[in-house]
Design a binder for this molecule. Structure first.
Ligand SMILES: Nc1nc2c(ncn2[C@@H]2O[C@H](COP(=O)(O)OP(=O)(O)OP(=O)(O)O)[C@@H](O)[C@H]2O)c(=O)[nH]1
Ligand SMILES: [Mg+2]
Length: 274
């Protein structure tokens, strides 16, 4: 039998009836007017048929959408609505941070995908399979770092949040830029109420990216002490049940493998609901 979210049916039906009742009222009004010229039993019969017909139509139209198999989406990109239609409730991991901090690079490196590099401009999800018996899945969410609304939307839907920060928008300069650090602080301040509203998130992992360039630069101490203070702020905020942070480089395979291991550990404890 096709899987559907039957629990959502009463709510969908209520909405449908609300939108149908206006139309039924108009038809009833017309029937009343017809009653002035036609015999009453005929009008009653027509009115009854119209009302019952409208109710049946509302019942059918409010039928919950079909649940879709996860296998349809593996290996490609999908939308948040697609994730909602899945026949399994899988954990969601969102990678957030300001633009050019390395979010999409992390996702493609972690999945060993060679994407042609370009800025992200809309929210997308990818379903990653973690091998094992049975296999486990995690949905990876990414969006445009210039559009904070996209960042907040995916953060609000995540069970696990990877937050990217860096010392500089550049991917080649080791200089630590104060305005860039402020940008990360403002991003956190603006995201905080969104996270508080959604309720405590399971895990946040904060990464100070591009260490391949800032650790060797003359501003390394400045970058490092800013990050320590920033991480302390996060851990005290109580936004997540668990919190971790580390210096990171997407160019360092050991760093990426360490974050991936953390994700695997998280997913392996996830209770799959089908
Ligand atoms: N040196 C260095 N460069 C990196 C690192 N990670 C990412 N980059 C570079 O930083 C630039 C931006 O990376 P993206 O992954 O596109 O950044 P993003 O956060 O997805 O940006 P938006 O899509 O605009 O939100 C690219 O040129 C990457 O090659 C890193 O660890 N070290
Ligand atoms: Mg991106």
């Amino acid at each position: 039998m096709t899987k559907r979210d039957w629990a959502s049916w009463p709510g969908r039906l209520g909405k449908k009836i609300e939108s149908t009742s206006g139309r039924v009222a108009i038809v009833s009004g017309m029937a009343a007017a017809a009653g002035l010229v036609l015999a009453t039993p005929t009008v009653l019969a027509v009115g009854g048929v119209v009302t019952v017909g409208a109710l049946i139509a509302a019942l059918v139209q409010s039928f919950p959408e079909k649940k879709r198999s996860i296998s349809e989406f593996i290996g490609g990109q999908c939308s948040l609505e697609d994730l909602d239609s899945l026949d399994l409730k899988i954990p969601r991991l969102a990678v957030v941070g300001v633009t050019q901090s390395g979010k999409s690079t992390f996702l493609s490196t972690a999945q060993q995908i060679n994407h042609v590099h370009r800025r992200t401009n809309k929210i997308y999800a990818e379903i990653m399979t973690l091998p094992g018996a049975p296999a486990k899945y995690v949905a990876l969410l990414d969006g445009d770092g210039e559009k904070y609304m996209q960042q907040f939307e995916i953060a609000a839907k995540a069970d696990y949040l990877v937050v990217f920060v860096d010392h500089n928008i550049s991917s080649s300069s080791g200089d630590c830029i104060a305005s860039r650090l402020r940008e990360h602080e403002q991003f956190k301040d603006q995201m905080e109420p969104v996270l508080r509203q959604r309720g405590t998130i399971e895990r946040i992992y904060l990464l100070m990216n591009k260490r391949d360039i800032w650790e060797a630069g003359s501003d390394a101490a400045m970058a490092s002490s800013w990050f320590d203070a920033f991480a302390k702020d996060y851990s005290k905020s109580g936004l997540s049940k668990t919190f971790a942070y580390s210096n990171h480089s997407n160019k360092n395979t050991t760093d990426t493998a360490a974050v991936m291991q953390d994700i695997r550990d998280f997913v392996s404890k996830w209770k799959v609901i089908s």
